[in-house]
Design a protein around this ligand. Sequence first.
Ligand SMILES: [Zn+2]
Length: 106
Amino acid sequence: MSSRKSELETLRADLKVRLSRYEAHQHREDGALEKDFEEQAAQTQNDEVVDSLETETRAELAQIEHALERIESGVGDDCESCGEAIDPRRLQVLPYTTLCINCADE
Ligand SMILES: [Zn+2]
């Protein structure tokens, strides 16, 4: 299952790039004083969107790291909850999953 691993590594690299973009956005210098109220409101809204995207991306990244750790210890294809093999078709669609379809549904 080395293809799943390299897929996850690619995904992880992508997410890290995305995350650094969000961070750059959040930590930029903002000239809030020069902006009128409407612009500030739009920016605040934008910041909130980026903020939730950042949280989402972090969670996704953590899940990928977790799946990679399991692959590296040789249990990446087994369900983390019941220990049964995860359907390879499921792994193809969701390479970062660590649960079989039955356990994920619960
Ligand atoms: Zn299971």
